[in-house]
Design a binder for this molecule. Structure first.
Ligand SMILES: Cc1cc2nc3c(=O)[nH]c(=O)nc-3n(C[C@H](O)[C@H](O)[C@H](O)COP(=O)(O)O)c2cc1C
Length: 172
């Protein structure tokens, strides 16, 4: 059960920059047969190839990476500043590879639009992969300004997905 209602991306009036910077988001991929989620604070939202789209950036070392590789869909869930401990200190620190961190978080997975999000979310974007590429140090124009983690060779894979459905919490 959830009280998420569907909207169109252009009707969304949330403060997306505040949300990604301060609330962070959960990237979730998979379905009833198996899924995983992780916290992310890197994201882009807008238009790609004339479609409403979102991009997230995921390290290969994460368990979520393997779900993103195997599945066509992923979701981005925001929680309106609630559940910050669960998002930042459990789902963003522990790995689903090592145990059931979703159960530990207490968040409730919901299956919608053929994939997985969370009942407690205030905003959910359901994305269908459309453009996947590895970030490349050579493409940074100001290479001296890129984060040191990139210089050590730990580059993210960027997943741009068409936003095929979007939900907000009813009344919120
Ligand atoms: C606030 C915060 C933001 C994060 N942002 C990202 C991100 O954008 N990309 C990424 O690959 N990892 C990010 N992480 C790290 C992953 O969430 C973390 O490695 C997680 O344990 C991976 O879980 P998994 O192995 O179950 O997939 C972030 C962690 C926190 C706490």
């Amino acid at each position: 059960m959830h009280n998420l209602v569907q909207i169109t991306p252009e009707d969304f009036s949330g403060k997306i920059f505040h949300m990604i910077a301060h609330e962070h988001m959960l990237i979730t991929s998979g379905d009833e047969t198996g899924f995983n989620t992780m916290t992310a604070s890197l994201g882009m939202f807008g238009m790609e190839s004339w479609k409403y789209a979102a991009t997230c950036y995921v390290r290969r070392a994460t368990h979520t990476f393997s779900f993103l590789e195997k599945n066509d869909l992923f979701t981005l869930s925001f929680f309106g500043g609630k559940y910050q401990h669960e998002v930042d200190r459990i789902l963003g620190v522990k790995s689903g590879r090592d145990g059931d961190k979703i159960k530990e978080s207490g968040l409730t997975p919901v299956f919608l639009s053929r994939t997985v999000a969370f009942a407690e979310a205030t905003v959910v974007m359901v994305c269908r992969k459309m453009y996947v590429r590895d970030m490349d140090t050579q493409c940074y124009v100001h290479a001296d300004e890129i984060p040191s983690m990139y210089q050590k060779g730990i580059l993210h894979r960027a997943y741009t997905g068409e936003i095929i459905a979007m939900y907000v919490k009813s009344g919120g």
